[in-house]
Design a protein around this ligand. Structure first.
Ligand code: GRF
Length: 221
């Protein structure tokens, strides 16, 4: 059973999706801990309600970003995870701290990377007049939102979309894509590297699309 630790800064809707998905017999993973840089993160409440290890690590208790990142990882690693998932975690993680991690760490980002790394992705996609938008799950490397892409899900942008309506539709995709990626990883068929991803030993030439990931999950492992 794959042990998953989650880093979150906010309400935790992606965490909730993971918790729901983990109940499926075929899921192959369980969330063993939730850790946040925000004491008021709804994600911590969700974890406590689920009886899962939950902790706030206060940035103010640490002199600099690297020692804070290391303290957060140290606390997360106490739950002995096989995978760390940043799900609505809003801080940039320092390269030094990433270099100390012995388990893979992935992130979900609300854009079709490499388009729109960083913030305000929905407004930027609208402003650019893009025909489509979506979400990416990727390995975290020191480059912000720049690690190898595992999977993506996409939707058309409609003429009457606002950043809010687009965000709401993308969020629904996130709640499907992230659990699909974690379940696929728990099946042992995904190898997560810092430069590329392998599926069944073959290097991915492009990120899996949501329907691919769901199709793969329907195949016998
Ligand atoms: C989501 O859009 C996620 O992609 C981004 O943070 C937002 C909030 O996530 N990283 P959640 O509802 O706290 O899971």
């Amino acid at each position: 059973m794959l042990r998953v630790a989650v880093l979150a800064s906010g309400r935790g809707s992606n965490l909730a999706a993971l918790l729901d998905a983990s109940k499926a017999p075929s899921a192959g993973f369980k969330v063993v801990g939730v850790y946040s840089d925000r004491a008021d993160a709804g994600a911590l409440d969700l974890a406590r309600q689920a009886g899962i290890d939950a902790a706030h690590v206060n940035r103010k208790d640490h002199s600099d970003r690297i020692s804070f990142d290391e303290a957060l990882f140290e606390r997360a690693l106490q739950s002995q995870p096989d995978l760390i998932v940043c799900a609505g975690y809003m801080r940039v993680i320092s390269a030094a701290a990433l270099g100390l991690l012995s388990v893979p760490i992935i992130n979900i980002h609300p854009s079709l990377l490499p388009r729109y790394p960083g913030l305000d992705t929905h407004a930027r996609a609208l402003a650019a007049g893009d025909a489509e938008h979506g979400v990416s799950v990727h390995v975290i490397t020191p480059e912000l939102d720049g690690g190898p892409l595992i999977a993506q899900a996409r939707i058309p942008i409609t003429p009457d979309d606002s950043p809010e309506s687009l965000a709401a539709r993308v969020l629904k995709l996130e709640h499907c894509l992230l659990p699909a990626c974690v379940t696929l990883f728990s099946s042992g068929r995904l190898q997560l590297g810092h430069t590329h991803i392998k599926l069944n030993g073959e290097r991915l030439s492009a990120p899996l699309q949501l329907h691919d990931a769901q199709l793969l999950l329907s195949e016998p492992t």
